[in-house]
Ligand binder design. Structure first.
Ligand code: C2E
Ligand code: MG
Ligand code: MG
Ligand code: MG
Length: 288
C-alpha cells in the first residue's frame, strides 16, 4: 500500500513538473510575442521624502497583460531570465523609464529620480552603452537614475558583474541594493560594491512582522546604514504604523501602498506631480 502511495505521489510530482514546464514554455512564448507586439508597459510607484513628504522619485515596474489578465513580473521575470529574453525586455524597460523621466523633468525645478530594476543577466557592457545612449538621447543626468540590483545579483560571482556595476557607478548613476534584509544580507556587499542606496525589504516592516526583535533589528540596520552614509529607502510601507515607524527611525525615503501603488504614468502625474504633492505630515513628524 505504501508502495502504491509512493507511486501516486511520484506520478503527481511528475504531472506537476510537466505542467510547470508547459506553463513556463507557454509564458516564454508569450514573452516573445509581447516583445514583437510591443505590449509591455510600465507602471510607476512614488517614492517620497520622509522629512517633508515631497515626491523624490519613482520606481519603474514592468507590466504585461495576457488576454486582459495581468501577469506579474514575479512570475515572468524569472522565466525571462532563464531564457535570456530579459536582455531585450530589460533594455526596453530601461529606455522607457528614462524617456518617462525626461518628460516629467522637463518643467520641474527639482528633478525626480527614477529607480530602474536591473537583472544580473542584463549586466554587460552593452547595458552600459545603452544607458549612456539613452541619457544622451533624452537629455537626462546620470545621477537621476537609481539602478536597483538585488544581493543575489551581486552574488553572481562573475567578474563582469562587478566591472559593469563599477562602470555604471563611474558613469554617475546611483546604485541601489534592492530587497535588503531578505537574502544573504551581508555588510561586506556594502563596501565591495559602490552602493549609494539600500532599499529595506517590506518583510521587515512592522505590518509584516510585528515582533520586538525585528523592530530592534530594523532600527539597528537603519542606524548602521546611516553611519556609512548610505541612503535608506523603506519599501512596502503599507500602513500608518509602518509610516510612523520609518519616520521615527529616520529612513530617508518611503515607498509603499500607504503612499501610492504602482500606477499608470498619467495617474502618477495627476496625483503626485500636479500642485506639488505633499503627504500630510504625521503627528509624530510634526512633534519631532
Ligand atoms: P522590487 O524591485 O522589489 O519592486 C517592489 C515590488 O513590491 C513591486 O512588485 C511593487 O508593486 C511591490 N510593492 C510596492 N509597495 C508595496 C506594498 O506596500 N506592499 C506590497 N505587498 N507590495 C508592494 P512588482 O511590481 O510585482 O514587481 C516584482 C519584482 O519584479 C520587482 O521587485 C523587481 O524585482 C521585478 N521587476 C519589476 N519590473 C522590472 C523591470 O523592469 N526589470 C527587471 N529586471 N525586474 C523588474
Ligand atoms: Mg526594485
Ligand atoms: Mg524591492
Ligand atoms: Mg522584490
Amino acid at each position: 500500500r505504501s508502495k502504491e502511495l509512493g507511486r501516486n505521489q511520484y506520478s503527481c510530482f511528475k504531472r506537476q513538473m510537466q505542467e510547470e514546464f508547459l506553463s513556463e514554455f507557454t509564458i516564454e512564448n508569450q514573452l516573445k510575442e509581447a516583445l514583437k507586439d510591443n505590449s509591455f508597459y510600465m507602471d510607476y510607484q512614488p517614492i517620497i521624502s520622509s522629512v517633508d513628504g515631497a515626491v523624490i522619485g519613482a520606481e519603474a515596474l514592468i507590466r504585461l497583460k495576457i488576454d486582459g489578465q495581468p501577469l506579474g513580473p514575479n512570475v515572468f521575470i524569472p522565466i525571462a531570465e532563464k531564457s535570456r529574453l530579459i536582455v531585450q525586455i530589460g533594455n526596453w524597460a530601461v529606455r522607457s523609464a528614462i524617456q518617462q523621466l525626461s518628460i516629467w523633468n522637463q518643467d520641474r525645478e527639482k528633478p525626480l529620480l527614477m529607480g530602474i530594476n536591473i537583472s544580473p543577466i542584463q549586466l554587460s557592457n552593452q547595458l552600459v552603452q545603452l544607458i549612456k545612449d539613452c541619457l544622451i538621447e533624452f537629455k537626462v543626468e546620470p545621477g537621476l537614475l537609481e539602478l536597483e540590483l538585488t544581493e543575489t545579483a551581486l552574488l553572481t560571482q562573475r567578474k563582469a558583474t562587478s566591472e559593469v556595476i563599477h562602470s555604471l557607478s563611474e558613469l554617475g548613476c546611483r546604485i541601489s541594493l534592492d530587497d535588503f534584509g531578505t537574502g544573504f544580507s551581508s555588510i561586506s556587499h556594502l563596501h565591495s560594491f559602490p552602493i549609494d542606496t539600500v532599499k529595506i525589504d517590506r518583510s521587515l516592516m512592522p505590518s509584516s512582522t510585528s515582533t520586538n526583535e525585528i523592530s530592534k533589528l530594523l532600527n539597528g540596520l537603519i542606524t548602521l546604514l546611516k553611519t556609512i552614509e548610505t541612503k535608506v529607502v523603506a519599501e512596502g510601507v503599507e500602513s500608518k504604523l509602518d509610516f510612523d515607524t520609518c519616520v521615527n527611525m529616520e529612513v530617508d525615503m518611503i515607498q509603499g501602498y500607504f503612499i501610492g501603488k504602482p500606477m499608470h504614468p498619467n495617474d502618477f502625474q495627476t496625483k503626485f506631480l500636479h500642485n506639488d504633492y505633499m503627504i500630510e505630515a504625521s503627528d509624530s513628524q510634526l512633534q519631532n
